[in-house]
Design a protein around this ligand. Structure first.
Ligand code: HEC
Length: 133
């Protein structure tokens, strides 16, 4: 009988944690965001026409190279992965293939407002800014 009571108590607390605490903690730490549809309509279409030469100049002058490397253009990342990870909490990716892999609307929106484009507004704000300026 005693073992049965102990079992009942263990089951009770396990159930409280499983159905009560865990879903609440999950909703706080990983709030639901609309899934990406990979057309990025929600970010607004960019009507701007690209200019590769100007973009390359801007890339150098706007400070992107302070965090990102472009190994295909012989521009190594300014920090090794361990230091970058310690500084930003994430390693800024090498952007050699950026033009090929990112959607144009997403890329424009990301440069303008990384927190919004990446749907991490629940994690970063004025007091805790996103690592990418
Ligand atoms: C202060 C450091 C810093 C600077 C300056 C910076 N970035 Fe970033 N960038 C990051 C970090 C950190 C990430 C990774 C964010 C993540 O994965 O959550 C990132 C991610 C990216 C990504 C990939 C996003 C994705 O979802 O895969 C692109 C593209 C990018 N940056 C472009 C740029 C451009 C263009 C500039 C210059 C206008 C720039 N970055 C300047 C730190 C920086």
């Amino acid at each position: 009988m005693r073992e049965f009571k102990i079992l009942a108590i263990v089951i009770f607390f396990t159930a409280v944690v499983y159905w009560g605490v865990e879903p609440f903690a999950h909703s706080q730490m990983h709030p639901h965001v609309a899934p990406a549809d990979f057309t990025f309509k929600d970010l607004g279409a960019s009507t701007k026409v690209g200019n590769a030469t100007k973009g390359a100049e801007t890339f150098l002058s706007a400070g992107c190279t302070g965090c990102h490397g472009i190994s295909s253009a012989n521009m190594p990342a300014p920090m090794d992965n361990a230091s970058a990870s310690a500084t930003f909490g994430v390693v800024p990716p090498d952007l050699s293939t950026a033009g090929a892999i990112y959607d144009k609307n997403f890329l424009a929106a990301l440069i303008k407002d990384p927190t919004k484009a990446l749907k991490v507004e629940h994690k970063f704000n004025e007091t805790r800014p996103h690592p990418m300026i």
